[in-house]
Design a protein around this ligand. Structure first.
Ligand code: CDP
Length: 232
């Protein structure tokens, strides 16, 4: 494994289960602090989309080498507030969040070769510091020397409700809510139980339960921690 390159400026990591609000919170915190935002989940989604677009049949994904994943040509381009994900030089955004990708991404992320193929890319994004990185293993594996590590959690039902709201379903029925909760829970189980880089609280991470918090409150809580540690 590549050693964690020491970085120039501060790094804040946000890890946690699906739907805990990591990406939107990380993005808002980065904006407030004038840091860049790295959404590592988008890279695993890009690997999955790249595979779906490739000629490799799904049954063979598990046999791909690190080079096989590297050949998918996933890259990051610096953008105004963070990084744009590219597949073969082409920007991808909403395509990364289709159900076809979401249903398969945890499997792809459980393969050691897939994780190794984008480790260097993620660390390069942190070389100059001033980064807020969100995902599952930001504080444990990718940036173990981060100055501030947050583990974001929220009740499963609350996370399911937030996910449904994101797609415009403001008042789901009990069945819809239960289905969404099951989908998130299945992904969490897979992410926490895999052998490599499982989802877990990093050593030294501060746990923040966002169940009862409004979005602005959770952003403020992390900005306050960053100020208290005088990271700025
Ligand atoms: O936004 P959401 O929580 O639904 O997921 P995401 O952050 O886009 O991540 C999608 C999937 O990628 C996760 O369920 C993990 O399986 C995987 N992932 C990972 O293994 N390691 C990371 N650092 C980030 C994401």
């Amino acid at each position: 494994m590549i050693a964690d390159s020491r970085h120039e400026g501060p790094i804040i990591t946000l890890d946690g289960p699906a739907g805990s609000g990591k990406s939107s919170t990380a993005k808002a915190v980065a904006k407030r602090l004038d840091f860049r935002h790295l959404d590592s989940g988008a890279l695993y989604r890009a690997l999955t989309l790249g595979l779906l677009r490739s000629s490799v049949v799904e049954a063979d994904w598990k046999n791909l080498s690190e080079q096989g994943f590297t050949n998918l040509d996933i890259d990051l381009e610096t953008s105004e507030n963070g990084f744009q994900v590219l597949i073969e030089g082409e920007a991808v955004d909403i395509e990364l969040r289709t159900p076809g990708v979401t249903d398969r991404v945890s499997f792809v992320a459980s393969l050691p070769a897939s994780r190794q193929s984008i480790l260097g890319l993620q660390r390069r994004a942190g070389e100059d510091g001033r980064l807020v990185a969100d995902g599952r293993d930001m504080g444990t594996v990718v940036f173990p020397h981060a100055e501030l590590k947050i583990y974001l959690i929220a009740d499963l039902e609350e996370r399911a409700m937030r996910r449904l709201r994101e797609v415009g379903e403001d008042s789901p029925d009990d069945l819809g809510l239960a289905q969404q909760a099951r989908t998130l829970d299945t992904r969490d189980q897979s992410d926490s139980q895999r052998a490599i880089s499982p989802l877990k609280k990093a050593q030294g991470a501060i746990e923040l339960d966002t169940t009862g918090l409004a979005f602005e409150e959770q952003v403020q809580a992390i900005v306050d921690l960053a100020h208290r540690l005088t990271l700025l």
